[in-house]
Design a binder for this molecule. Structure first.
Ligand SMILES: [Zn+2]
Length: 278
């Protein structure tokens, strides 16, 4: 029994490795999900359906759930190579990224042993909020890809096609959730879609949205100011129904960014999350 458990854990770990961990300088692997098309996957990796076909030697557009595809390196990095007499510090300076983030983006590279021509990944900087805090502690969540703009169908009026307005990060129920930036809570309480959610206004134009919580931290209510890194609640699976509904999907944090102008609209939070997570 014990042995079987161990095998199960190993194969899960291997699957996670295959799904999310590209080798340095090589292409990553992606497992086809329900409703995926080459076009949707191409969008996630900033490439075209045609390029994906070429990379995988596909003869048609047809793909099936569970199929493994070769994809380019994740969109949160750009590739570069080490120049003569380079150090990681020099590379960080040249690309205007903090050294600690550059090192975190290249975990398989020994910073004291690099050579001319070696592939290095430069983390892409988001437009703003560079000092944000990733909302979950290191090691408390599952590696994530970009689920923004994925197809979703649940609505309080029944099944309606819509696009996903945030990124989902899988974590166990009860995992602490922290505010990514300082701001003011503008909404807290039940929302049919988001369950127990918190919306925090971080500047005149922008709100950060945390959904599907299992419970709130103390004193999380509308009008309260929070600091970056402050505990706001705990991961859960609340939502998709009347108050108290939970368990309709796997426990995760849904994180979204909304702009208030010109009209209230979601923007892709992926690059921000990836930057904060480094
Ligand atoms: Zn979501």
């Amino acid at each position: 029994m014990k042995k079987r458990m161990k095998q199960l854990v190993c194969s899960t770990a291997l699957l996670a490795l295959l799904t999310v961990s590209p080798g340095i300088g090589s292409a990553a692997s992606y497992t086809v999900q329900q409703n995926d098309t080459l076009w949707i996957i191409g969008n996630k990796y900033s490439t075209t359906a045609g390029n994906l076909k070429k990379l995988n030697s596909l003869t048609s557009d047809s793909i099936s759930v569970g199929q493994k595809l070769v994809v380019p390196d994740p969109p949160e990095f750009k590739a570069t190579i080490v120049l003569p007499n380079d150090t990681m510090w020099k590379i960080a300076q040249r690309h205007s990224v903090p050294l600690n983030k550059l090192l975190a983006a290249n975990p398989q590279t020994n910073p004291n042993n690099i050579w001319t021509g070696l592939d290095i990944r430069i983390p892409k900087k988001p437009d703003q909020y560079l000092n944000g805090v990733f909302p979950l502690a290191k090691g408390s969540f599952t590696p994530f890809s970009n689920s923004y703009a994925d197809a979703r169908t649940w609505s309080s009026e029944g099944s309606v096609a819509r696009t996903h307005e945030g990124v989902d990060v899988l974590a166990d129920k009860g995992t602490a959730v922290y505010s990514a930036m300082a701001g003011t809570i503008v909404k807290a309480g039940w929302n049919k879609l988001g369950g127990w959610r918190v919306t925090i206004q971080v500047d005149d134009h922008t709100e950060f949205y945390y959904a599907h919580l299992s419970k709130y931290a103390a004193n999380i209510k509308e009008g309260v100011k929070v600091t970056a890194g402050q505990l706001i609640g705990y991961v859960g699976s609340s939502g998709y129904g009347p108050e108290g509904t939970e368990g309709k999907f796997v426990t995760h944090l849904h994180f979204g960014i909304y702009k208030r102008t010109p009209a209230y609209h979601a923007v892709d939070p992926y690059l921000y999350l990836k930057w904060w997570a480094l």
